[in-house]
Design a protein around this ligand. Sequence first.
Ligand code: AMP
Ligand code: TRP
Length: 332
Amino acid sequence: MNRIFSGIQPTGNLHLGNYLGAIRNWVSLQGDYECIFCMVDLHAITVWQDPAELRRCTREVTAGLLAAGIDPKKNVVFNQSTVPAHAQLAWVFNCVARMGWLNRMTQFKEKAGKNKENASVGLFAYPDLMAADILAYKATHVPVGEDQKQHLELTRDIAQKFNNDYGVEFFPITEPLILGEATRVMSLRDGAKKMSKSDASDYARINMTDDADAIAQKLRKAKTDPEPLPETVDGLEGRPEAANLIGIYAALSDKTKAQVLAEVGGKPFSDFKKDLTELAVSVLTPINGEMARLMADPGSVDAVLREGAERAAAIAEPILKDVYEIVGFLKP
Ligand code: AMP
Ligand code: TRP
């Protein structure tokens, strides 16, 4: 059986990288797999979150998924903290994963910055919780952006070590699905930096809540280089800003970079940016309108999460029970 699990942090500034690296792929996978999509609020609090803002963002990110075309009847859509199995299995995995494994995680190093001593213990153990998210459902496939690859390798290591240590064939060895032409969307201000929710400059990213004017303005100001666009993918080598904008165009139009370059190669950036703006506005503004509509009716979003939590728990609880049995916990 194939089952997909993926998660997204319910923090502010849901952006084009989240959409192209994750959400858009989730939408196209939903017909072919049993899918579970989770707002990972337990992960969000590994760095400080204002409680009211966390609640608002949990609804907003859920609204983003629904507006993008995730069907909450066909798929399970819920927030992580409502299903205790995530935290419970994460504890078991804290005892399976090794300090040395977690010490190698680049996301921890980036997020903790220079002052590692002051990072939360949760931020360090973050990948164990992510492995628990996935394996609490015995998910076989996990669609994510490129930046999550290392965490998924760790998930495989945890599954393998658990199976070996306890002499069982219990957890599947999960496959990452890193799909599309924009698996790592870069900042619009700096082609060497990932587009991220936490970038201080709002001009670095296109938010899923941006209207047509904001999208146009950000793309007009996006960093480029002085050369016209190349005719072939090889010509993008050493031109990170061009590669990024072409990748975005390709992903938004469901074409390959080569197909896009066959159309726009030789154009100056000023012309290409107009095409890209038109495309981005045509894809994003309907989503943005639907998100606003859903946010005006938070009760409907909450109802989706409530139903999703029940369905998620029904899958995860028996798996956690088996884990407790395997580990040797005495039943009450
Ligand atoms: P996060 O917002 O960190 O919870 O990420 C949610 C999903 O979006 C994950 O699958 C990430 O890999 C993906 N993602 C985040 N930023 C980017 C980006 N700049 N490019 C592509 N995918 C991204
Ligand atoms: N760590 C992921 C991110 O920051 C979010 C996440 C948490 C996740 N649990 C997951 C992604 C399980 C896929 C599967 O993007």
